[in-house]
Write a protein that binds this ligand. Structure first.
Ligand code: ATP
Length: 331
C-alpha cells in the first residue's frame, strides 16, 4: 500500500492504481500498471485487442482480483466496497433482462444501488442517452445501440463521481457516438471523472485530457495529449539537395526522405504544463528554410504537421523507437 494517496494531505484522485498485475494461467494479462484519474478528468485507456484494458478496469472495480498492486477509488481503498458507491460502470459486454422495459431496468439498478428511483431523474437520464421515447418499451426489442445507450443511463443512475466506460460506443452509429461524446464532456463539466476505454481513437483524442496506452499488459506511454503528441513534424518538398543541406536537415531533427519529400521531426518542445511551444517551432522552421535557401536548395513546399494520436498509438504499438520518449517525458 506504499505510495497510496493520503486524502488528508491532498485531494484524492477519482481513481488511482499502483503496480497492478494479473496473470491468467500462462498469460500475463497485466504487468505493473500504475496511473490515476483526477477528479473531473477524462482519461482514455488505449491499446490493441488483448492489451489488458478490460482486465485493468475490472481490477479497479474489484471484479477481478489483482495478483499484485493497489487500488483507490474516490479516496477509499478498492478493497472497501464503499469505495464503489459513487462509481458508475458500463461493461464491455452486458445483457439486461429482455422482459423489462428501459424504465424498469433503471428502477432495478437504482434499487440494487440502494437508491430510491426518482421519476424525473429517470426520465431525464433516458433523455440524456436518447431513449426518452422508448422508456416504456421492452429491452428485448432494443437494437444493440439502444442497449448500449441504456447501459450508459444505468452507469449514471447513482449520480456517480467516477464513471468507467468500457467501449461505450462500439455499437453506436455516428450520431450516437457524437451523443456519447457530448455526454462525457457534460460529465466533466459537472466535475465527474471518466475513464474511457475505446478503440475509436478520434473520439478519445477529442474528449480525453490524458491517455494511458497499454501494450501487452504494460503501460507503454501515458500523459496529456500535449505530452504524447508533442512531437511535431515538418514536411518539405525540396530539389537540388546537396550534402550540406542534408546535414542541416539532420541537425533539425530525425529525417526521413522519400523522392524529394523530407519528413523532419522537431522533437518534443515541451512546456512544463504540457502546452506545446509553437513559437519555438516557427523559429526553427524559419531558420531551416533560410539556411536551405542559402545552400541553393529549391524549396517547393514546407508544411507543419502534428502527429495524431493514431500515428502515436501505431508508432508505439509497432515499437517505434520514439515511443519511449513520451513515456519518459510524461510519467
Ligand atoms: P479488447 O480490446 O479485445 O477488449 P483488452 O485490452 O480489453 O482487449 P483483456 O480483455 O483485458 O484485453 O485481455 C487481456 C489478456 O488477458 C488477453 O490475452 C485475454 O485473453 C486474457 N484474459 C482476460 N480475461 C481472461 C480470463 N477470464 N481468463 C483467461 N484469460 C483472460
Amino acid at each position: 500500500m506504499a505510495g497510496m494517496p493520503d486524502p488528508l494531505t491532498a485531494p484524492s484522485p477519482a481513481a488511482w492504481c499502483s503496480h497492478l498485475s494479473k496473470r491468467f494461467g500462462r498469460q500475463q494479462a497485466v504487468r505493473s500498471v500504475s496511473f490515476e484519474v483526477g477528479r473531473g478528468e477524462i482519461v482514455g485507456l488505449l491499446g490493441a485487442n488483448g492489451a489488458g484494458k478490460t482486465t485493468v478496469i475490472k481490477m479497479l472495480l474489484g471484479l477481478v482480483r489483482p495478483d499484485d498492486g493497489d487500488v483507490m477509488l474516490l479516496g477509499r481503498p478498492g478493497t472497501d466496497p464503499a469505495s464503489r458507491a459513487k462509481v458508475g460502470y458500463l461493461p464491455e459486454l452486458f445483457r439486461y433482462q429482455p422482459w423489462l422495459t428501459a424504465s424498469e431496468v433503471l428502477d432495478l439498478h437504482a434499487r440494487l444501488s440502494g437508491l430510491r428511483p426518482r421519476e424525473p431523474r429517470r426520465h431525464e437520464l433516458l433523455g440524456e442517452v436518447g431513449l426518452a421515447e422508448r422508456a416504456g418499451d421492452r429491452v428485448g426489442g432494443f437494437s444493440k445501440g439502444m442497449q448500449q445507450r441504456l447501459g450508459l443511463a444505468v452507469a449514471l443512475i447513482g449520480e456517480p463521481e467516477l464513471v468507467i466506460l468500457d467501449e461505450p460506443t462500439s455499437a453506436l452509429d455516428p450520431l450516437g457516438r457524437a451523443d456519447v461524446r457530448d455526454l462525457v464532456l457534460s460529465l466533466r463539466e459537472r466535475g465527474v471523472a471518466v475513464l474511457l476505454n475505446s478503440h475509436l481513437i478520434g473520439e478519445v483524442e477529442r474528449v480525453c485530457d490524458r491517455v494511458v496506452i497499454l501494450d501487452h499488459g504494460d503501460v507503454a506511454a501515458k500523459g496529456t495529449l500535449a505530452q504524447l503528441l508533442g512531437q511535431r513534424r515538418i514536411v518539405l518538398r525540396l530539389g537540388n539537395v546537396g550534402d550540406d543541406a542534408r546535414a542541416r536537415l539532420r541537425v533539425t531533427g530525425n529525417v526521413t526522405e522519400d523522392a524529394g519529400t523530407f519528413h523532419v521531426s522537431l522533437g518534443n518542445h515541451q512546456a512544463p504544463d504540457g502546452a506545446s511551444d509553437r513559437g519555438d517551432d516557427d523559429a526553427t522552421v524559419a531558420s531551416l528554410v533560410s539556411d536551405l535557401a542559402s545552400f541553393g536548395v529549391r524549396i517547393y513546399a514546407v508544411e507543419q504537421a502534428r502527429v495524431t494520436l493514431e500515428d502515436r498509438l501505431l508508432g508505439i504499438l509497432r515499437h517505434d523507437a520514439t515511443a519511449t520518449t513520451a513515456q519518459q517525458d510524461a510519467s
